[in-house]
Ligand binder design. Structure first.
Ligand code: LIP
Length: 275
């Protein structure tokens, strides 16, 4: 992976942070003082989308392409990009979730964020997760560590699953025929761990693993934009990210386990296995 120098990483992260901030400001601006946020279903009843999603995505993608018009963009709501068809191995591919934690956002819960990551020839280079209601920003650059609000972070030192706080989530299509609803995996691990949380935002779940708040997170049927930024933040915080069979197909494969590394093998046995 050809990165010219730290200066390029700083320039790329600065752009990602500016773009994420624009999206975060729009999400806050679209939040009514009282009452629920107007929304519609994307197709599956549970899968919600809001005008804020679309406005935030347009703002983020516009900022990125104004600075780097030849880059490719993969964004949740399908923002138009001059790069046209999304290439999974484009030299520089921006992966954007303009609102991760949509259901939380619609219901007025604070656990939502804007996530922006740059991948170069398939490898993560820079990442930012901006959570405006929480007032927290997680960042990472390949080979230069992970940070929360500018302070270096690291995964937990929890060695025993019985002492571990875990998190997971449930896909919108969990009751469709042939889908794994994650319940059997929860049934297996819940007696073994300290406790389990459901944040409602994969990117925030990953950031909480990276800063040591949560010891591990897993989920099925995720989209690349749900994990692209948080995965680099976990890796740079010295954590481990894999798919649910311990391999590397976590970005486009849909299944992911992120941990402090110490618990990974035991968790692959407890919650792993392809759906
Ligand atoms: C969400 C994920 C979350 C998952 C939800 C949903 P969205 O993404 O971040 O982990 O459990 O079902 O997919 O839809 O809020 O961008």
């Amino acid at each position: 992976m050809s990165v010219t120098d730290d200066g390029e990483l700083d320039e790329l992260l600065g752009l990602a942070c500016r773009a994420a901030r624009r999206g975060a400001e729009l999400l806050l601006a679209h939040t009514p003082a009282h009452g629920a946020i107007r929304h519609e279903s994307k197709g599956r009843r549970r899968e919600l989308v809001t005008a804020a999603d679309r406005a935030a995505e347009h703002a983020v993608v516009s900022e990125l392409l104004a600075a780097r018009p030849d880059d490719a963009v993969l964004a949740e709501e399908g923002a138009l990009t001059p790069a046209g068809a999304i290439s999974r191995t484009a030299r520089d591919l921006w992966i954007v979730d303009p609102l991760d934690g949509t259901t939380n956002y619609v219901h007025g819960l604070p656990a939502y964020c804007v996530a922006v990551a740059l991948y170069r020839a398939g490898e993560p280079l820079v990442a930012v997760v901006h959570a405006p209601r929480l007032g927290q920003v997680w960042t990472a650059q390949r080979g230069r560590g992970a940070f929360r609000d500018g302070v270096r972070i690291g995964v937990s030192a929890t060695r025993e699953l019985a002492d571990a706080l875990l998190s997971t989530g449930f896909s919108y299509n969990r009751n469709e025929a042939g889908r794994d609803d994650n319940v059997e995996r929860i049934r297996r691990v819940l007696p073994l761990c300290r406790d389990l949380r459901r944040q409602g935002s994969a990117e925030l779940d990953l950031c909480l693993v990276a800063d040591g708040t949560v010891d591990a997170y897993w989920e099925l049927y995720l989209q690349p934009y749900d994990v692209a930024a948080g995965a680099l933040i976990v890796q740079e915080a010295k954590g481990r990210v894999s798919d649910l069979v311990g391999g590397g197909d976590w970005l486009f494969g849909g299944q992911l386990l992120a941990s402090n590394g110490l618990l990974h093998t035991e968790l692959l046995a407890a919650v792993g296995g392809a759906p």
